[in-house]
Design a protein. Structure first.
Lengths: 321, 456, 285
């Protein structure tokens, strides 16, 4: 994201012009930022420090006993206790699988859809509306509807449709319950719900690519694929990076779908559990607050590292160009 | 409990400076918020008082079936009209957030009277969310509770809840399909099919159902949910092992007896209809359904005289059933115990229990009503289920060949027991190694117990 | 390579091809929505019936009546009460959020002050922290404020991601406009709300809609903070029918429709401006 900040900053007015105006803001700047910053400090930063503090304790929500200080034990368990670390590392792996599939696939699909709806066709408004509708679905409802679609018997919508198209030669499959397809099913419902948001952002990028670049390219007799690679992609490069970064951060937060489906017992938890899932089930459901807090801290360290690495990679690539 | 006590935690030298500083920062921030103060020696009784026996009672009830909701509202308004000096302010809470609501409530928020889920009673008692109630309800009320629910409602010798109803599992059969396959439903727990016989029965029945899967186990309830441990811990009990023995899961939940029994159980998956919406039995796709009493109305309506009922399979040490369900408790910090006791006495009176169990079809949990129940009384359609409940063990530390009804483990660590067992059961049903799954569950349970000083 | 064709309409091979793709994806996206809608109008036992579940037969409003009958007095709460709480909390969060986050975004984008860069970095980092990670410590902090309306809204007013969106958008506005206002003697707050904000409606719309969507489904926080029926938001009640024995799929889906309907209506009304706004608030190449 820093990359974006820098590329944007370059476009603001030159320093000489700004100096006078800005000097008067030494007081008003902090004052205007203060309400949001105070709220963020009170409701996000301090509680997060609280979570760090809790991770050094053993405490339960329901207990009448005082929390007990246990130092780094929650962390050492997270990495050495065979059960806890296995589940946690497994979840971490699932997170990476999810991100590794969702980030490219969702970004590509969003780009494809953006290209598809970029332009005037009769009835386009209807199609756009269709694409956007899932966005208004709260995840709790997404889980309900897709649970029914993926239902494992021949009453499930998907199984029934497949059976129809294959003339009954392919039998019903337990999409959510089988470890082979559970993560795939979660990926499908996640993309379904949120791809249109990325699509809209990319649409903005597409519309901002200067039209004369395409004309120049067609004068050079560039093919369509070559136009796409040499005009469109560079033209929306920053938007694509923004979307990919955004999708990465959100994909690491994957939790609701897995949790809700897990509660109804219809999903294979082993292959779909994620770090946030561990944080919530450990801290809230098993009431092991200290362990859950330690997981949350490690989770954030990992996501931060991923974000930093991703940014570095992008930046290096940029410097080659 | 409050984090303000972090400051007085007696391990100053083990703390790193950074951690100590953070903790101090947080505890200062949190101390101002007026959370209840912690005590090292829980003593729930001291938190409650009898009060005047009049005034307003705050009541929390689970948002249950529509019929239950209607019935309980009617009952409460009847109570108000017979007790003009007591007002009841009742509210329903959705089941999935009910436990969290109790955990997060401060003493001032807690109700005077509340519904509690049976297996959670020990945990709630440990957290002082509910209080022992023998001093506030009449001796006659306590005396009239059936042994099966007393087992569930008693923690460390103290009664923490009273029950209007109980529950039980059975094997429900479609007589038409059974006849077609030449199978006869056993009539009593002592005649139950052995596990091996049951496999043979399933093989025979495969031929007579549309898709070759004659068994239903209500998978749609979710094996990792509370239904998982309720529905299928009888497999272990019937094999002869408790889930927790002497405060430890290792050696019990992961014993060879448990492993072999669940292996057998998992082998029936090939005969099991996934039954995504819980209607396969009613529609005749399933010949035998492993289910609780609460589905009886739907089954009876769909199958009529073709509905037969019998015991779950016997895994070696006698057929078993789960028992226990929602009960009523005294709030752990009520200042109106006398009035609350009157409400509890009223709820347990014969006409109320009869009205309520008639509304939801559950087995009555009081001795005087169980015998005369139009559903569960002698010679009535579900008398079989009452016979099972009358033969109460009633807890898993007192298993025997003859007793049938068992409550889920009575321990303050129950939340980790149910979540660990549910996880293991789901994995096993999904094809994972039985021994490894149960060992992992046992380790998780024992670790939690050890972490919490065995909930002493 | 159909995607490329769509870039230049003059080179499009066929409208038919594009329509085919649009219809294909449109159906994929729409079928679950349609399934929900039709399911909510049919008897619960027809919800899981393979493809026949999509056939609009046996339509009735019984499931909706079931939902409203279920919540029909003070003990159960009322549907309109849950919806009212959700609406009120969401409105506070959306409107308050627009105010504080745009102020902060503007201060970061356009004003120079000591510590600005550090604050910017901190805000960027805070976009990563999910609320679930801080909910329990926050519960301890605010346990004295349980069962209030404002405690449901307060933690969500300031939002690092919203600040970030405002920040990027404000950066993309030509600075000359504001300079003219400054020369006229307007202070920064007036400049923001009289000059910059009207030019930044897309950013405000984007943040508003994203906040609305995020807030409307809020579940975890009210579970921790609310037990009073009168103050319970809609999402807490979604489970009631699902947990029934057996699940009452008809009412579940009807409740689901009632749940998304307000959002959908708002969304359809503002769809055009939403598309325009999100598209233009994205970072441009």
């Amino acid at each position: 994201m820093t990359l974006l900040i820098r590329s944007q900053a370059r476009r603001t007015a030159p320093p000489t012009q700004r100096r006078k105006r800005l000097s008067s803001h030494a007081i008003m700047g902090p004052v205007m930022a203060a309400p949001a910053l105070i709220l963020l400090a009170v409701f996000l930063a301090i509680p997060f420090l609280g979570a760090i503090a809790m991770s050094f304790y053993r405490l339960q929500l329901n207990s009448t006993r005082a929390p007990r200080f246990i130092g780094l034990e929650q962390y050492s368990r997270l990495f050495t206790d065979p059960d806890i670390s296995a589940a946690f590392l497994h979840s971490l792996g699932n997170n990476f699988t999810f991100a590794a599939v969702v980030v490219p696939v969702q970004t590509a699909l969003a780009l494809g859809l953006a290209l598809l709806v970029n332009g005037k066709l009769r009835g386009m408004a209807v199609f756009r509306t269709m694409f956007f509708m899932p966005l208004v679905f709260p995840l709790a409802l997404v889980a309900v509807v897709w649970r029914l679609i993926f239902a494992r018997d021949d009453h499930g919508l998907l199984n029934s449709a497949i059976s129809l198209f294959t003339g009954g030669s392919v039998g019903p499959h337990d999409w959510l319950g089988s470890s082979a397809t559970a993560m795939g099913a979660i990926i499908v419902m996640s993309i379904w719900q949120s791809v249109s948001f990325q699509m809209i952002i990319l649409l903005g990028g597409l519309q901002a690519v200067p039209h004369d670049l395409y004309e120049a390219a067609s004068l050079d007799r560039a093919g369509r694929w070559s136009q796409f690679l040499h005009v469109t992609v560079p033209g929306i490069r920053n938007t694509l990076i923004f979307v990919a970064l955004l999708t990465t951060v959100f994909s690491f937060r994957l939790f609701d779908q897995v949790y809700l489906l897990g509660q109804s017992g219809s999903v294979d938890i082993e292959s779909t559990q994620t770090m946030m899932y561990q944080v919530i089930t450990t801290g809230y459901d098993q009431n092991n607050i200290g362990q859950g807090a330690a997981m949350a801290v490690v989770f954030l360290v990992i996501v931060t590292i991923v974000a930093v690495i991703q940014r570095r990679l992008v930046r290096q690539e940029g410097s080659i160009r | 409990m409050t984090l303000s006590t972090l400051r007085s935690t007696p391990h100053p030298r083990r703390r790193s400076i950074a951690a100590g500083g953070l903790a101090a920062l947080v505890s200062v921030a949190l101390a101002a918020c007026g959370a209840p103060s912690a005590s090292d020696s829980p003593s729930a009784a001291s938190n409650i008082s009898a009060g005047s026996g009049t005034g307003t009672l705050k009541v929390w009830a689970l948002d249950g079936q529509s019929a239950e909701n209607t019935a309980i509202q009617k009952i409460v308004s009847d109570f108000e009209s017979t007790h003009p000096d007591i007002k009841v302010k009742m509210q329903f809470l959705p089941a999935d957030s009910f436990a969290k609501a109790l955990q997060t409530s401060s003493p001032a928020d807690l109700p005077d009277v509340l519904e509690v889920d049976g297996p959670q009673i020990a945990n709630l008692a440990y957290g002082q969310k509910i209080a022992p109630l023998s001093d506030y309800v009449s001796a006659a009320t306590v005396q009239n509770q059936t042994d099966a629910v007393k087992g569930q409602n008693t923690v460390d010798g103290k009664l923490y809840a009273v029950s209007m109803m109980n529950s039980g599992l059975a094997m429900w059969g479609n007589k038409k399909l059974l006849d077609k396959a030449g199978v006869t439903m056993p009539k009593s727990a002592s005649e139950a099919w052995t596990a091996d016989e049951f496999t043979e029965v399933l093989k025979k029945l495969s031929a007579v159902v549309p898709n070759g899967k004659p068994l239903g186990i209500a998978e749609n309830n979710g094996l990792s949910s509370e239904y998982g441990i309720y529905g299928f811990s009888p497999v272990l009990w019937s094999a002869g092992t408790p889930m927790i023995a002497n405060g430890k899961a290792s050696g019990a939940l992961d014993s060879d007896t448990a492993v072999n029994a669940l292996k057998k159980f998992a082998s029936w998956k090939q005969f099991t209809n996934p039954d995504g919406d819980g209607t396969a039995f009613q529609s005749g796709q399933v010949a035998l359904n492993w289910m609780g009493n609460w589905m009886y109305p739907a089954y009876a309506k769909a199958l009529g005289n073709d509905l037969v009922v019998g015991p779950l399979p016997n895994f070696g040490k006698g057929a078993k059933t789960g028992s226990g369900t929602i009960a009523w408790s005294l709030g752990g910090h009520t200042k109106n115990g006398a009035a609350a006791g009157k409400l509890l006495d009223f709820l347990m009176s014969d006409p109320v229990v009869s009205t309520y169990t008639a509304a939801n079809g559950a087995p009555p949990a009081t001795k005087t009503t169980a015998a005369s129940s139009p559903l569960y009384g002698a010679g009535k359609p579900l008398a079989f289920l009452r016979d099972q409940l009358d033969a109460a063990c009633p807890t898993e530390d007192r298993l025997s060949q003859q007793c049938v009804a068992v409550s889920r483990p009575v321990t303050a660590g129950y939340p980790v027991v149910t979540s660990s067992f549910g996880k293991a059961l789901t994995a096993i049903w999904g094809g994972a190694d039985v021994a490894a799954s149960l060992q992992a569950a046992a380790r998780a349970i024992d670790r939690d117990f050890a972490d919490n000083n065995n909930y002493k | 390579m159909t995607r490329v064709r769509s870039i230049k309409r003059s080179r499009l091979l066929s409208r038919t091809g594009r329509y085919a793709l649009l219809v294909f994806f449109g159906l994929i996206f729409f079928v679950p929505v349609y399934y929900l809608l039709v399911g909510s109008l049919r008897p619960g036992d027809k919800v899981l019936g393979g493809l026949s579940a999509l056939v609009p037969s046996d339509l009735s409003l019984d499931n909706y009546a079931g939902v409203f009958n279920r919540f029909s007095n003070d003990t159960t709460g009322y549907v309109w009460q849950f919806a009212g709480v959700s609406l009120a909390v969401t409105a506070i969060v959306v409107l308050g959020g627009l105010l504080v986050n745009s102020l902060a975004g503007y201060a970061l984008a356009r004003m120079k002050w000591r510590g600005r860069n550090i604050v910017l970095l901190l805000v960027t980092i805070m976009t990563i922290i999910p609320f679930e990670a801080v909910a329990l410590p926050l519960y301890y902090m605010l346990s004295g404020q349980r069962n209030t309306l404002y405690v449901q809204a307060l933690p969500f007013l300031a939002n690092a991601f919203s600040i970030f969106l405002f920040y990027t958008y404000f950066l993309s506005i030509p600075v000359e406009v504001e300079e003219a206002a400054t020369i006229d003697g307007a202070g920064p707050v007036r400049t923001l709300f009289q000059v910059v904000a009207p030019m930044s409606l897309p950013a405000y719309a984007t943040v508003a809609i994203l906040t609305f969507l995020g807030q409307w489904g809020q579940y975890l926080w009210p579970v921790l903070m609310i037990t009073d029926t009168k103050l319970r938001p809609l999402p807490l009640e979604l489970s009631v029918f699902q947990n029934a024995q057996p699940p009452e799929w008809g009412p579940v889906l009807a409740f689901g429709v009632l749940f998304v309907l307000p959002v959908l209506v708002v969304f359809l009304i503002f769809q055009r401006s939403f598309v325009a706004s999100v598209a233009s608030s994205g970072v441009k190449g």
